[in-house]
Design a protein around this ligand. Structure first.
Ligand SMILES: [Cu+2]
Length: 263
């Protein structure tokens, strides 16, 4: 499956995605995701090395659940560094996610809330993303947990800024974009150590998130089993704007997708 940018979905694809998400709301998968995430918020899934592989596993399980309902679905990503993705009260965001008041979207009956304004937060820019992708080690790259990861939660506000953030469908598209950036970092740094639980960042405040590569994270997956996204059954769409922004700054090529034959 190829995970695409939300803004690139056709209206039929959006309808299918909305129906599948609503199925997971009805069967309480969304509620159990919110509970799992909230219960373990300070227990090994954030503020440490396991942040990226744990969320990759969490999204992978969600995507499989969506596909059980409709096998044609791939989880899309919220490419918040692009100008057409920085306002959720315009099309196609509004009619899907309901905008900030969560009205007239596909999830009006869900129980998440959002702030009425961005409260002064800005979503990351392409140049912020390029800067994060310049990291020369897993340790430095995973500092995006306190970088690009934060604004989509706080800019959206409400439920998204809480431990129960998986109650807002935007959560999954936001984390899908982070997962995509991790995949891009991996594709461009194949010679780097791909995961290390040693080494620390100032934000490493949860010892349980220092999961060794072959040990189980919350939910049972190991970091090792999460390192090859293509082996997990999905890839990402090519991102030419990001490639161009990288080239303009670094003068070298950035690979943004696995298969150069797939545009
Ligand atoms: Cu999280």
């Amino acid at each position: 499956m190829i995970r695409a940018s939300f803004t690139h979905l056709s209206s039929d694809e959006r309808d299918a995605l909305g129906a599948a998400f609503n199925h997971l709301w009805s069967n309480e998968t969304i509620e159990s995701n919110a509970k799992l995430h909230d219960d373990n918020f300070y227990n090994g899934i954030h503020w440490g090395p396991a942040f990226l592989p744990w969320h990759r596993d969490f999204l992978g399980k969600l995507e499989i659940a969506l596909q059980k309902f409709d096998p044609t679905i791939a989880l899309p990503y919220w490419d918040w560094a692009k100008p057409d993705a920085q306002d959720i009260d315009i099309s196609p965001w509004k009619e899907f996610f309901g905008g900030r008041p969560n009205i007239d979207g596909k999830f009006d009956h869900w129980t998440y809330s959002r702030n009425t304004t961005s409260a002064g937060w800005n979503l990351p820019s392409l140049s912020d993303v390029v800067g994060e992708l310049e990291a020369d080690s897993y340790l430095r790259f995973r500092s995006l947990e306190t970088g690009s990861h934060v604004p989509a939660h706080t800019w959206t506000g409400g439920t998204m800024a809480s431990g129960r953030s998986p109650l807002d469908p935007l959560f999954y598209l936001h984390h899908c974009n982070l997962d995509r950036l991790w995949a891009i970092w991996q594709l461009n740094n194949p010679a780097s150590v791909q995961y290390e639980h040693t080494g620390s960042l100032p934000s490493d405040s949860v010892p349980q998130a220092r999961v060794p590569i072959d040990s189980e994270m919350i939910g049972g997956a190991t970091p090792a089993s999460m390192l090859d996204h293509a082996a997990l059954g999905y890839t990402y769409q090519r991102d030419r704007e990001l490639e161009e922004a990288w080239f303009a700054k670094n003068g070298t090529a950035l690979v943004t997708h696995v298969d150069p034959l797939i545009a």
